[in-house]
Ligand binder design. Sequence first.
Ligand SMILES: NCc1[nH]cc(CCC(=O)O)c1CC(=O)O
Length: 321
Amino acid sequence: MTALRIGSRRSNLAMTQTGHVADALRAAGHDVEIVEITTEGDVNRAPLSTLGGTGVFASALRQALRDGRVDVAVHSLKDLPTAPEPDLAIAAVPARVDPRDALVARDGLTLGELPAGSVIGTGSPRRRAMLASLGLGLDFQDIRGNVETRLAMVGEQVDAVVLAAAGLRRVDLDGVVTEFLDPLQILPAPGQGALAVEVRADDAETLGAVGALDHADTRAATTAERALLARLEAGCSAPVGALAEVVEDDKGPALSLRAAVADPAGDREIRRSATGPLEDPAGLGRTLAETLLADGAGDIVADASHDPVPAPNSSSSESDT
Ligand SMILES: NCc1[nH]cc(CCC(=O)O)c1CC(=O)O
């Protein structure tokens, strides 16, 4: 039997995520080999917006898959563009870990304890928008770098950073979290905390092997979140938060979806939620997106894509470029 070659970015987080998938495949009796893939987003420190968005992380792995250098690609689902790729298939969405964002602040502070004027380091328009909407007078600095690099900025160049709890958990750094942010205030990115394991669509054998790692509830929830994002015509760096969860209603299990669209200056925010049948997660996502659009979300998404950083005369002051 030939080994399954799994492609991974080389960051500690990516290697850990890939390691989990490799372990699960080995436990199912497969022979597995990990192949490191360097992406433009890893070597170039320029703002992600100038590199073509967070899709830069996914595209090098996808290229390796198409070239036949690897058979399996492990992505953070939230970094994967929603556009369909007919020659590739998401063979598995394994069980999600904590989808929330987490605050790591100086001196153990929580969001409510940070004084007005505190500087939050984040490169995410969504995090900036949701935090600005709370009206706490926070300032923002556009930062980049892997998890370890961003943590090292706390107490030095910024008062706090906001990171995915899942990423911190995976690299065993969740002990530094000073507050797990409630989705009632800060809705995570669509797909946050979940992985996507991608294969070539015509590789039936690998599709079958990897398919065993799929987790139905996570697949349903993230399908709803990504359908919403796609219908809003918003990319993976858009100021859109969404979180779906499987709930029990009177007829049995159902899918509940919450979503928010906010502008990075924090002046406008629209939040809505809906519940639908577990059998049609994409329909639920599209329906909730229609509701948001009917209530004005389209303008916020369009403005954010033209002008990702608010003008200096906006209500949130700017310390970044
Ligand atoms: N955009 C980078 C990225 N992609 C996936 C994760 C964390 C793991 C996850 O959300 O599944 C992170 C780091 C972060 O946002 O803090």
